[in-house]
Design a protein around this ligand. Structure first.
Ligand SMILES: C[S@@+](CC[C@H](N)C(=O)[O-])C[C@H]1O[C@@H](n2cnc3c(N)ncnc32)[C@H](O)[C@@H]1O
Length: 662
């Protein structure tokens, strides 16, 4: 049996890409090296020979690209005490620099994210932009979390007067976006908020990374965020942008296309019949062929319903056979949108069977089975490219409702982000935000999850808040009931806790919890907190000043101070296993064995393991019966070499082929 050794590195993206090239063009790869002349031959007329070509470039581009591709030597350490509902939640909150974290998520979340929304620093010259270190970005993060250099200056800011401020910002965003693309599902989408400082650069970078053909509807969303502002000889700005890209725009088209039952379900709406002074009774001809739900064959009386819902059949029969109306029928009732309906029906039988009303496309009209006080309206939503959300204070108010006003500058409005999430995601989809700030994206997702549960992953740097930038004074903004200044990550966690509680209690008040057991069971307002740190495996974190100790430690292999749980999550991360999968603990004699994903991965990190352990693991395998089982031990955890060999052999004979050591 093959023995694999887990190392402390995340996915090697370059080698993954080489194997993809190898699959496409086996002839160009010899001994894992690419023969570029052969590749040119294979690509023939599609090779670019001209040095002068359309290209967006800047100083540092190739280094930034390499930075994205170099593996991370970090890990994510679980932090149960800051989490909410650790044992049951599927949501993740990760504290750390998003570049390193995105690298660590490459394996487990490759093509799994349905929607990314980010709101990076706009490069106004005042906001925080994390300075990557090309030599050792992880160490840099760990050193920098207090954000001061030796002279006490903030190292992480780009200032207005910085001659290279665009270059610095581009070098920051480029590797992050290229890593983010890998995580998007084939039908996934990304939205990025930005203002005029960097919109042109961001557009060009996104065209390069996601492909111009994948711009969502060829444009961006303009978010009109302030009411008119007085101004005489100057253009007064009241908007920002949200750039949208798909991983593959063709797949997104089909996902939201008319015939997609998944999306239909989400968008169906009933069109009520209601008499009111605004809505007097009117006659509408319903053409034969319309469908009815819930019945195959039925004939209705001449008068249906009563009071404000009354419908009179004026001519023809309201009769359905095999689920469709057998003849034209004229009904009199108080139809909202009467003219639109007439227009819609006039198109039935023609090629174009949709009706566009204020950007909402109707695609079908149904009768219901109950004697029809309602008609069902199916429509395909479209998002209009300018969102007028007059909300200078809306984001502020969202926080205020949670008793958290004045803790974060310019949070995005929940209402705005909900529009995007509601449209582009559905049940069980994963949403990622890696510039989380105060956590608006998660708050929005939680509010929507009473309808359809979404799963979130959020990443945020533990940035201190500065009350007074000039003096580099840490913030003294206190939250009610919390008697210490919080960094942004702590503020964000607190907001998600409060937002989740609010959503759950509102559901309770509305009685929904008891009415809808499913929703209650599915509502997940918890989150597992993980924090970026150096690997738990010591050989990946040598201490150069104390190499002797490092060597001694590396025999032990595990960094002092780290516990079994730290290691287990590192193994899951590097194996690409979902960090929220259930973890069960079994006690076998005096040793603990962890089962992840119902036996898909068994981990035992004890010392002095003897061959008996194999027999016990086989018993567990029989009980759990996973499709495949992998078993992980500590390399130096065996009582003797022969115990190791015996364990390996027994496992092999019993169908466990993957034996892993760390
Ligand atoms: C504009 S704010 C996001 C605001 C958010 N949309 C809201 O409504 O609260 C950007 C956030 O990204 C964070 N950030 C900047 N660089 C980061 C990095 N390298 N890793 C993680 N977070 C980062 C900053 O701390 C800041 O809070």
């Amino acid at each position: 049996m093959q023995e694999t050794q887990i190392n402390g590195e995340s996915l090697d993206i370059v080698s993954e890409n080489v194997s993809k090239l190898k699959d496409l063009f086996p002839e160009i790869v010899t001994e894992d090296k690419i023969d570029f002349d052969k590749l040119k031959e294979v690509l023939g007329k599609y090779t670019e020979e001209d040095n002068e070509r359309y290209n967006f470039t800047w100083k540092g581009k190739s280094t930034a690209s390499r930075l994205a591709q170099s593996p991370s030597t970090g890990t994510l350490r679980p932090c149960k005490e800051e989490s909410k509902n650790w044992d049951t939640t599927e949501n993740l909150y990760i504290e750390g620099d998003n570049l390193e974290v995105l690298k660590l998520l490459q394996k487990g979340y490759y093509e799994k994210i349905k929607m990314i929304y980010i709101d990076p620093p706009y490069n106004t010259g005042k906001n925080f932009v994390y300075a990557d270190n090309y030599q050792d970005n992880l160490k840099n993060y760990l050193d920098m979390t207090n954000q001061f250099d030796e002279e006490g200056n903030r190292i992480s800011n780009i200032t207005e007067s910085d001659g290279r401020r665009h270059t610095k910002w581009i070098n920051m965003i480029y590797p992050r976006l290229s890593l983010a693309r890998n995580l998007l599902a084939p039908n996934g989408v990304i939205f990025i908020s930005i203002d005029d400082n960097e919109v042109e650069n961001l557009r060009k970078i996104c065209d390069e990374i996601f492909g111009e053909e994948n711009r969502l509807d060829r444009g961006s969303i303009i978010w009109i965020n302030k009411g008119s502002t007085k101004g005489f000889n100057k253009i007064v700005k009241n908007h920002e942008y949200i750039l949208g890209y798909a991983k593959n725009s063709k797949l997104v088209e089909s996902l939201y296309g008319v015939n997609n039952p998944e999306k239909m379900d989400f968008i169906q709406e009933r069109l009520q019949i209601k008499r009111s002074p605004k809505n007097p009774p009117a006659k509408v001809k319903f053409p034969k062929g319309l469908k009815i739900e819930g019945h195959e064959n039925i004939k209705f009386e001449n008068v249906i319903g009563n009071g404000t819902n009354r419908i009179d059949i004026i001519s023809g029969d309201l009769e359905f056979k095999n689920g469709v109306l057998i003849n034209d029928v004229v009904l009199e009732a108080s139809f909202p949108y009467k003219n639109q309906m007439i227009d819609f029906f006039s198109k039935i039988g023609t090629e174009e069977k949709t009706y566009d009303y204020k950007g909402q496309e109707w695609v079908e009209v149904y009768f219901t089975s109950t004697g029809v006080p309602y008609f069902k309206k199916l429509r395909k939503y479209k998002i209009i490219s300018s969102i007028l959300e007059n909300v200078s204070n809306s984001g502020y108010n969202d926080l205020k409702k949670l008793d958290m006003e004045n803790v974060f500058d310019n949070p995005k409005p929940v209402k705005l982000i909900k529009i995007l999430i509601d449209y582009f995601t559905t049940k069980e989809d994963i949403i990622l935000d890696f510039f989380l700030g105060s956590g608006t994206t998660i708050h929005s997702s939680l509010e929507l999850s009473t309808k359809n549960k979404r799963i979130f992953i959020g990443i945020q740097y533990p940035e201190n808040i500065y009350e007074n930038d000039k003096n580099n004074e840490p913030s003294i903004k206190f939250l009610k009931n919390i008697n210490k200044p919080l960094n942004i990550s702590e503020i964000c966690k607190e907001r998600i806790r409060r937002a989740g509680d609010k959503v759950a209690s509102e559901m309770n008040q509305n009685g929904q919890v008891s009415l809808d057991k499913n929703t209650k069971n599915n509502l997940d307002t918890g989150f597992k907190v993980f924090k970026l740190d150096s690997s738990n495996l010591s050989k990946w974190d040598p201490e150069y000043d104390n190499i002797e100790q490092t060597l001694l430690d590396s025999v032990k292999n595990i960094v002092p101070g780290r516990n079994q749980l730290d290691l287990i999550y590192e193994i899951m991360l590097k194996y690409g296993i979902d960090l929220t999968l259930p973890l069960e603990e079994y006690q076998i004699k005096d040793k603990t064995v962890f089962s992840i994903g119902f036996g898909a991965l068994m981990v035992c990190l004890e010392d002095n393991m003897t061959s008996e352990m194999a027999t016990e693991i086989i018993k567990l395998k029989d009980g759990l019966s996973p499709e495949v089982m992998r078993v992980v031990f500590k390399d130096n955890g065996f009582a003797s070499d022969s115990d190791k060999t015996n364990i390996k052999e027994t496992l092999k004979i019993n169908g466990i082929d993957e034996f892993v050591t760390i």
